[in-house]
Ligand binder design. Structure first.
Ligand code: NI
Length: 157
């Protein structure tokens, strides 16, 4: 168990694409454990491996209903739209509205190497999308909604 250092916006690594995990070995399991500890210590709801400086497609999420560990995650279905305020442990003190799907289905390997499917809406859908974006070098600020878009979506509600 160890808490790793969270990289922040100015670190170029956050813009790099993470590589697939081809073998779930002790290094990956330790990475998952450390990421969990790091996320909880920072009071976050999600963390991608790149945020602790490891370019591997590994994510942990906990929106308050239990820990989810994702290896090589992919969004396989999405539905609807939501526009809510989002933040990131790598961009401390900042937040902005982003447009995300209202509901997503994600496929990923678990630590035993089995494919699992997870469903999430609301905050959990945002967390899945946000963390999977990290694996492709994307940050939520790339998706900041304009005031026009925010007004438009609020009108629909
Ligand atoms: Ni983030």
């Amino acid at each position: 168990m160890a808490i790793r250092n969270i990289r922040t916006e100015e670190d170029e690594i956050l813009r790099k694409k993470s590589r697939e995990v081809t073998e779930i070995n002790d290094r990956i399991l330790t990475l998952l454990d450390d990421m969990k500890d790091t996320m909880y210590a920072a009071d976050g709801v999600g963390l991608a491996a790149v945020q602790v400086g490891v370019l591997r497609r590994v994510v942990v999420i906990d929106v308050g209903d239990g820990l989810i560990e994702l290896i090589n995650p992919e969004i396989i279905e999405e539905e609807g739209t939501q526009c809510e305020i989002e933040g990131c442990l790598s961009l401390p003190g900042k937040q902005a509205h982003t447009i995300r799907p209202a509901e997503v289905k994600v496929k990923a390997l678990n630590r035993e190497g089995n494919w699992c499917v997870y469903k999430g809406n609301g905050l959990k859908a945002r967390a899945f999308c946000h963390e999977i974006d990290h694996l492709d070098g994307k940050l939520y600020i790339d998706r900041t909604a304009t005031q026009e878009q925010i007004d438009e979506l609020k009108k629909e509600d």
